[in-house]
Design a protein around this ligand. Structure first.
Ligand SMILES: NC(=O)c1ccc[n+]([C@@H]2O[C@H](COP(=O)([O-])OP(=O)(O)OC[C@H]3O[C@@H](n4cnc5c(N)ncnc54)[C@H](OP(=O)(O)O)[C@@H]3O)[C@@H](O)[C@H]2O)c1
Length: 269
């Protein structure tokens, strides 16, 4: 699996990771085990960047991820998120403790602010984030769903750390970030973590057969190949099904040519 530097951290993460939304939220033990197996397989295949959030399934996603981490914490780059209603200083610290407990780990690799909250000064949140870094509970700080002004504010509020990433929606079907957010991240060397890179399962049915045959790839694989074409982007598709996890892990086996990247971009402009 190809890897790319996360922001300016020097840390390399896989270009295709794993999304954790809507996993763990099941009453069936069989379904739970299948989801764990799918994530474990994805990690085995090199997609060892696992993204979750305290809000997903009210903590159940983090609990499921804790099973994936068992015996292989050192192999996984673990990202989670603090919710926008927990951005006051003490709340950030408490939310992080709860996530660490649910995840069964002593540290989070990337701790992200899930959504901005204009009601809480960003400086207050970042002060807590930097304390968590100092205490070794968090390695890198990221944001999610931040616009350009909000990213600038976040960067300016950090005194000892660099902002590493912004997690935003990006796919062939959703290209809003190309106007301002993506160029800003490229200029500032922040990684764009593309969420919903498979358009939440609405897989593109417009990719020409000639392109599918040329690369011998599925439409989902080409969507992931397309979304990670730019050096600044990594993607976190969610795959509860083992066959999806395996398919996604092979989506970069052949890279789209510049011409075909352009063709797919034009078709979905
Ligand atoms: N920061 C945020 O505000 C935010 C918002 C949304 C999402 N996210 C993150 O981004 C992750 C991914 O986004 P998402 O879950 O919204 O959507 P997504 O990854 O675009 O799509 C997931 C859907 O695609 C299906 N799928 C996966 N691989 C496939 C394949 N090879 N062929 C056909 N279908 C396939 C999955 O099915 P199965 O699961 O059944 O395999 C699932 O239904 C989330 O899990 C979460 O970690 C973050």
């Amino acid at each position: 699996m190809e890897r790319r530097e996360l922001g300016k951290t020097g840390e390399k993460v896989p270009v295709i990771g794993i999304g954790g939304w809507n996993i763990g939220n099941t009453r069936s033990r069989e379904e739970w085990d299948k989801q764990v197996a799918s994530l474990v397989r994805a990690v085995e295949l090199g997609c060892n960047f696992v993204d979750t959030a305290e809000i997903y399934g009210d903590g159940k996603s983090e609990r499921l991820v804790s099973e994936v981490l068992k015996g292989q914490r050192d192999k996984i780059f673990l990202a989670t998120k603090v919710s926008p209603n927990h951005l006051q200083y003490e709340d950030v610290l408490a939310a992080c403790e709860r996530s660490l407990e649910r995840l069964g780990t002593k540290f989070i690799d990337l701790y992200q602010i899930h959504w901005p909250n204009p009601g809480v000064p960003i400086g207050e949140t970042m002060k807590a984030m930097e304390r968590l870094v100092k205490e070794g509970k968090v390695r890198y700080i990221g944001v999610s769903n931040f616009g350009v002004g909000e990213m600038e504010g976040a960067q300016e509020s950090l005194s000892k750390s660099e902002l590493a990433s912004n997690q935003v929606e990006y796919s062939l079907a959703s290209r809003l970030i190309e106007d301002e957010i993506l160029p800003f991240c490229e200029r500032e060397k922040l990684t764009v973590i593309a969420y919903s890179p498979l358009a939440r399962g609405r897989i593109a049915n417009t990719i020409p057969q000639t392109v599918l045959s040329k690369y011998q790839m599925s439409p989902a694989q080409l969507m992931l190949n397309w979304v990670t074409y730019r050096e600044s982007v990594v993607a976190i598709p969610k795959a509860a099904k083992l066959e999806h996890a395996e398919e996604n892990a092979h989506s970069l086996d052949r890279r789209l040519s510049t011409d075909d990247y352009g063709l797919l971009s034009k078709l979905h402009a």
